[in-house]
Design a protein around this ligand. Structure first.
Ligand SMILES: Cc1cc2nc3c(=O)[nH]c(=O)nc-3n(C[C@H](O)[C@H](O)[C@H](O)COP(=O)(O)OP(=O)(O)OC[C@H]3O[C@@H](n4cnc5c(N)ncnc54)[C@H](O)[C@@H]3O)c2cc1C
Length: 537
């Protein structure tokens, strides 16, 4: 029998990020992962800007930048009619290589390209670096039973079948789209179980660009006359590994025979060439959100990542949304009042719903050209059609490439542990992020000089920022926090531009970096405020 505060089921990126954040906070957890952790086929490769802000907090930015992804490789998205070698480039959305990309003014970080086989090991090493974290690979979660103060989980060693029990106060299912924990809890999924049956093929070929002669791109989106957009080819490591996705590889999920896969690669590239077929992954693209993210007796069982929401990869939101779940949960765990953990569904489910919908919308936009007879004709009619289709597709796809609002602009609207101040809600345009310290939103970045950001102030406990040359007295709030043993640090910031950005003289920021409350003076009943934000009101 192993005893722990938090049992994490699943060691994909979300389970690892949660374990790492708990460990970073000095909290105790055990993670069980049924596999040996090797990534057979990397899925995610876009590490979004908010996830990179968490990496900054955890001291992992250098590790991400040092990953063996080719940082000189351009990140352009390219639309191709016909094959790469023989077809036409009908549009291109240029994006700089990682070496040339700069953070936007709204963040100290930039989004990164770091595929899962490079990113998971960074998260794993980070989680492992904390003495309070145990990672058990080749251990499969089988089921659980409730006890008075917690849960006892049955775990089986994947190689020997040996059984052991883990007693935990909380269990978090980060066990992916087919989550065993979600199944055991009987939590239903809401949405579309199948958008497409897709097959991903990873192939290895050095000097791939020389085969087709088109300028390099991160992603090539391939169109034909019969169905329109039918496949994509993505630069997985920026060197010699490529992922081709056959978007609708079958109507029923049947596995493609190898000769059909090889035909598809030939058709996409437009010539015969030597390559190594490294791995094949048939998968279902879904649009699903769990009806609740917290369940079980005493509300001790949680779902995070793909176990809670499964979305089309169009947009690169899946893992990033899951890491956001993990950071929210890790910030809540520990000294939580009864309502604190219950806030998890209220805060994270609307974010998941928005992102899942946006991802499906992106899929629809990518497939929007539909069948286009004449698209590959060599004459002027074909050229005019290609110009029109390219222009329309490039315009539609802009929405997928510009998503700062999705990554930074989510706000825990109506959260039971934030105190709303009745200021207008932020824009829901996925491209638009309006920095604001409105309760529920990410406390905004401001450059404090010397490479420091306001974001560097947040993370461990609560932070009460007092603004201005003669700020209001924070002591009533601090006294109330001490009475409740709620960890709060104070910071005074005099810079008028930062004070304007935060728009109130006192701003209380939670451990996850979201604003809990703001005002121009301590509230008349500071104990009530403290009880509210710690989930005990
Ligand atoms: C082609 C493709 C490209 C993508 N690109 C991006 C991208 O660029 N950016 C992005 O943010 N997202 C992307 N995604 C989505 C992203 O891959 C997922 O959202 C992410 O992997 C989810 O992480 P997770 O940890 O929740 O689940 P998973 O990665 O599915 O991990 C779940 C883990 O749980 C383990 N497990 C399952 N059952 C048990 C059990 N009973 N006991 C113990 N362990 C168990 C599994 O072995 C697995 O390791 C992409 C997805 C695809 C398909």
């Amino acid at each position: 029998m192993i005893e722990t505060a938090v049992l994490i089921v699943g060691g994909g990126p979300v389970g690892l990020a949660l374990a790492g954040d708990l460990g970073w906070r000095g909290r105790d957890c055990v993670l069980v992962e049924r596999s040996d952790g090797e990534i057979v086929q990397p899925r995610q490769d876009l590490v979004g800007i908010r996830t990179m802000e968490f990496c900054r907090r955890w001291g992992l930015v250098e590790a991400v930048e040092a990953a063996p992804y080719n940082r000189d490789y351009p990140q352009d998205n390219v639309y191709i009619a016909g094959s790469l070698a023989e077809g036409w480039e009908i549009g291109r959305y240029p994006s700089p290589s990682m070496n040339d990309a700069r953070p936007p003014p709204e963040s100290p970080c930039r989004r990164e390209r770091c595929p899962q086989n490079m990113f998971d090991p960074i998260l794993r090493d980070f989680a492992r670096s904390h003495a309070s974290v145990s990672l058990l690979y080749r251990h499969r979660f089988v089921g659980l039973r409730s006890e008075r103060d917690g849960v006892v989980a049955d775990i089986e060693r994947s190689d020997t079948g040996e059984r052991l029990e883990v007693r935990a106060r909380f269990v978090v299912g980060c066990d992916g789209a087919g989550s065993t924990l979600r199944g055991a809890l009987g939590v239903a999924l809401v949405g579309e179980p199948v958008l497409t049956h897709t097959t991903n093929l990873i192939f290895r070929r050095a000097g791939f660009e020389a085969l087709h002669g088109k300028p390099p791109g991160y992603r090539f989106i391939l169109l034909d006359e019969d169905v329109g957009t039918w496949a994509t080819i993505v630069a997985i490591n920026g060197h010699d590994e490529w992922r081709m996705s056959i978007i609708r590889s079958s109507a029923d999920g049947r596995a493609l025979p190898e000769h059909e896969m090889r035909d598809a690669i030939r058709r996409a590239v437009g010539c015969d060439f030597e390559y190594e077929l490294v791995s094949v992954m048939p998968w279902r693209r879904r649009e699903l959100v769990a009806e609740t993210f917290q369940s079980g007796p005493g509300g001790r069982l949680f779902l995070a990542g793909d176990a809670a929401h499964a979305m089309s990869p169009t947009g690169g939101f899946g893992m990033n949304t899951g890491v956001g779940d993990g950071v929210d949960l890790a910030g809540l765990a520990g000294w939580a009042g009864p309502d604190l953990l219950a806030s998890y569904t209220a805060e994270r489910r609307p974010v998941a719903e928005r992102n899942v919908r946006e991802a499906s919308g992106n899929l629809g936009r990518m497939l929007s050209p539909g069948a286009r007879p004449g698209l590959l004709e060599r004459g002027p009619g074909g050229a005019a059609l290609r110009a029109r289709v390219g222009r329309d597709l490039a315009t539609a796809m802009l929405r997928e490439w510009r998503t700062l609002g999705i990554h930074l602009g989510y706000c825990y609207e109506g959260s039971p542990i934030c105190v709303a101040d009745n200021t207008p809600p932020p824009s829901l345009d996925p491209a638009v992020y309006e920095p604001a310290a409105r309760p529920g939103s990410r406390a905004p970045h401001a450059d404090l000089g010397g490479g420091r950001s306001t974001l560097d102030l947040f993370g461990r406990g609560f932070v009460l920022i007092a603004f201005g040359p003669s700020p209001p007295d924070p002591e009533p709030v601090l006294r109330a926090a001490r009475m409740r043993r709620m960890p709060v640090e104070t910071v005074t910031l005099e810079r008028p531009d930062v004070a304007r950005l935060y728009a109130r003289k006192l701003v209380l920021v939670r451990p996850d970096g979201h604003v809990a409350w703001r005002g121009d003076a301590a509230p008349p009943d500071p104990l009530r405020l403290v009880d509210r934000v710690r989930g005990a009101a």
